[in-house]
Design a binder for this molecule. Structure first.
Ligand SMILES: [Mg+2]
Length: 277
């Protein structure tokens, strides 16, 4: 089921490929709702010790309900999210996560899956030369390998995420700042990316958390086309999502279905303007 605000048609009517850029979340946005997140991959196989898995699952059980609780005070929730991310990173260090384990895990992963049409959509953005910025609170190393595995890590894609830093093949921490689910607004894009976004003021934003709208600044948010995937706590969160997103996708919407409503996602003939009526 896809719910659209009334003004969508007029909002995107004159959006041409050369004026668009995409800002998207990764886990449960490009991937399906039941997909294991990039943080969870290691706990799904025999890649790491059972002690790590136990510790990781304990953290997940405690913090995931908090992450999707839209009633909790922001400041309080923010503190919990910082705690969760830091504790999980400490587990990588404590259990001496090896770089080769990451590389092997991604090949075996069956639980992380793209939404139908995601690969075609990324290919279409590539062919149309539309920059795609993935801002993820997930593990960048996995995201990069997953895109490569599916043959869609194109040079118009930029990943801003938590990249595990390895020294002599052993995890020692995270490169740069830790991105958790509530601080995506603090991610600043490097100049080489900003350069590619010049004169591309029409933004397609996609996310599954309510906080994903913070991937772009408040002033840009009004004009952007905001697409939200809602698959957990649906009843509780539906009205909030309808308020903050222009398009709310429920019931496991895939990108082929979404493209029928928003025909900007997959079109391989580049037109300067589109007519969607
Ligand atoms: Mg997500």
């Amino acid at each position: 089921m896809i719910i659209c605000k009334d003004n969508i048609t007029s909002k995107i009517k004159y959006w041409g490929d050369s004026s668009i850029h995409v800002v998207t979340d990764f886990d449960r946005t490009l991937t399906i709702g039941e997909s294991e997140s990039s943080w969870g991959i290691l706990s799904t196989g025999d890649f790491v010790s059972p002690e790590y898995i136990e510790d990781r699952n304990r953290l997940y059980k405690k913090y995931r309900p908090i992450e999707i609780d839209e009633t909790m005070d922001w400041e309080k929730k923010n503190q919990y999210m910082i705690e969760w991310w830091n504790k999980h990173i400490s587990l990588f260090i404590k259990y001496k996560l090896k770089e080769e384990v990451i590389k092997n895990a991604i090949k075996d992963v069956k639980i992380m899956r793209f939404r139908d049409g995601a690969i075609e959509m990324l290919k279409s953005f590539y062919k149309r030369n539309i920059p795609v910025i993935i801002i993820s609170a997930g593990i960048g190393n996995f995201i990069e390998l997953f895109l490569k595995l599916h043959g869609c890590y194109f040079d118009n894609i930029f990943i801003m995420a938590n990249f595990i830093k390895f020294e002599e093949g052993i995890a020692v921490g995270i490169e740069d700042m830790v991105i958790h689910s509530l601080n995506k607004n603090e991610v600043s894009l490097p100049d080489k990316i900003l350069d590619k976004l010049k004169n591309r003021n029409n933004i397609i934003l996609m996310g599954d958390n309510s906080s994903d709208i913070n991937m772009i600044s408040e002033e840009k948010r009004k004009e952007a086309l905001k697409i939200g995937f809602l698959e957990e706590n649906v009843l509780e969160n539906k009205s909030l999502y309808e308020k903050i997103y222009d398009v709310v996708c429920m019931d496991k919407t895939n990108f082929k279905e979404l493209n029928k409503v928003i025909p900007l996602l997959m079109k391989d003939v580049s037109n300067e303007s589109i007519n969607i009526n």
